[in-house]
Design a protein around this ligand. Structure first.
Ligand SMILES: [Zn+2]
Length: 430
């Protein structure tokens, strides 16, 4: 079986390239979530021709959904000849904005030196195309397979996945008994199995002050100076603590094996753009004011060994400490996003099946990794309660979201072979 699959995938090389190009040529940029429907239809029409049952599911009332930018997901399912398990390949169809540094047309899908270039080539239309070709090769090689195979193209992963995998999971599409094993072909490199990701906490901290004329700041109280004391306390107290927290999770790259925190933004005083009655194109002088508000958005990434309540407590105890240290210091804190860390067991069926595929196709031991950032596995674990889920796909992680993003054609071929192998192990050999 594995020999037949490998040969069929080799024969489909040009078809694989054409499919990758066709997917790249639909500019599914998010935000705002453009062209989702034609991209979902490209996948659905192709699989319907191969007897899949195809459903389009629009996530009404999720962030960004509108008649101009509908959140259109596609789920395709093919039943086998006998009852059995279901293997599901889930890819997000959205891509991030382009930026100015490209030397290629980001939506042409140009091929050069064995690579397909374009926005989303790596993250993750190359992986989506590889999984479709893997499934098609498998069905041709083994038309009497047991169980079922599903392929989905989902939206909004880059903006949290609420209109995509989270929405489908809330409808039971990522739970047993419908689905047993999930592979997400994100670009984690073709010889790596990604077991999960670190946790995320985003929060907005606001400090308060009292307005006054900038020439007499002693009559007011500066919210910006209060925020300065917050940042300073984080530098001296929190960052050294975070550097001490090391995880047993195999996170890549090395720097992400510890707890981390970034400030996504900081803003105090008069608005710089539109807000506050000031037009976007105003380029006059500001006025002298003492700021009555300053806001900071923090992005804290935490480890499986930490719990969210403690992570939050480290921040609020510093803020409460400042309340007693600084006169008139007051703050508010608002949660923006919470994602718990998730890690699939090393001996889970999908991990073993893909590992066998990597050994067979590449003749090497797979590397087991954890992603520094989250992806749609969080929704499958938390909403779908399905834990036999990994990310595995072609594409070089570091190229994701960069200018001149590409996917190596040979990497797609090899990972398609691994996926084909894994399907057979999961559906027939267990
Ligand atoms: Zn991605």
């Amino acid at each position: 079986m594995f020999e037949i699959c490998n040969r069929r995938i080799d024969d489909k090389r040009s078809e694989l390239v054409l499919l990758t190009q066709a997917l790249i040529q639909i500019p599914t940029i998010n935000p705002p979530g453009d062209a989702y429907t034609p991209c979902a239809e490209l996948i659905g029409n192709r699989l319907r021709k191969r007897q899949f049952d195809v459903q389009y599911i629009r996530a009404h009332d999720t962030p960004g959904d509108s008649d101009t930018f509908p959140r259109t997901n596609v789920v395709a399912r093919l039943e086998g000849k006998r009852p059995g398990k279901t293997v599901h390949f889930n890819s997000h169809i959205d891509v991030v904005e382009v930026g100015d540094d490209w030397t290629f047309d980001p939506f042409s899908g140009e091929v050069r030196d064995g690579k397909v270039y374009g926005r989303g080539a790596c993250d993750m239309k190359g992986g989506l195309a590889a999984s479709i070709i893997a499934v098609e090769a498998y069905i041709e090689a083994n038309p009497d397979f047991s169980g079922a195979i599903e392929i989905s193209g989902t939206v909004d992963e880059e903006s949290g996945g609420f209109g995509g995998v989270a929405h489908l999971a809330s409808k039971g599409l990522f739970s047993k008994p419908r689905v047993d094993h999930v592979i997400i072909p994100e670009p984690l490199n073709k010889d790596r199995v990604c077991l999960g990701h670190r946790g995320v906490w985003w929060a907005e901290i606001e400090t308060f002050g009292t307005q006054a004329h900038g020439s007499m700041p002693f009559l007011g109280d500066s919210a910006i100076r209060h925020m300065g004391s917050v940042v300073n306390a984080f530098e001296t107290e929190l960052y050294p603590q975070l550097a001490q927290k090391r995880t047993q999770m195999p996170v890549v790259p090395e720097g992400a094996k510890q707890s981390t925190m970034n400030f996504n933004s900081i803003h105090g005083g008069e608005s710089e753009t539109g807000a506050g009655g000031k037009p976007d194109d105003y380029d006059g002088l500001p006025s002298p004011n003492v700021a009555d508000s300053c806001r900071l958005i923090l992005d804290r990434r935490f480890l499986i060994e930490e719990d969210l309540a403690t992570v939050k407590g480290e921040v609020t105890s510093i803020l409460d400490g400042l309340k007693s240290d600084r006169e008139a210091f007051d703050y508010a804190i608002r949660d923006i996003m919470e994602v718990l860390p998730t890690m699939t067991e090393r001996d889970a069926p999908v991990v073993e099946a893909v590992s066998q595929g990597i050994r067979q196709v590449m003749g090497k031991e797979p590397e087991y990794v954890i992603s520094p950032g989250t992806y749609d596995q969080k929704h499958i674990a938390r909403i779908g309660h399905l834990h036999d889920c990994i990310a595995y796909g072609p594409g070089i992680l570091d190229l994701a979201h960069m200018a001149d993003e590409y996917v190596v054609i040979e990497d797609m071929i090899e990972s398609a072979k691994v996926m084909c192998h894994a399907i057979h192990v999961l559906l027939e050999a267990r």
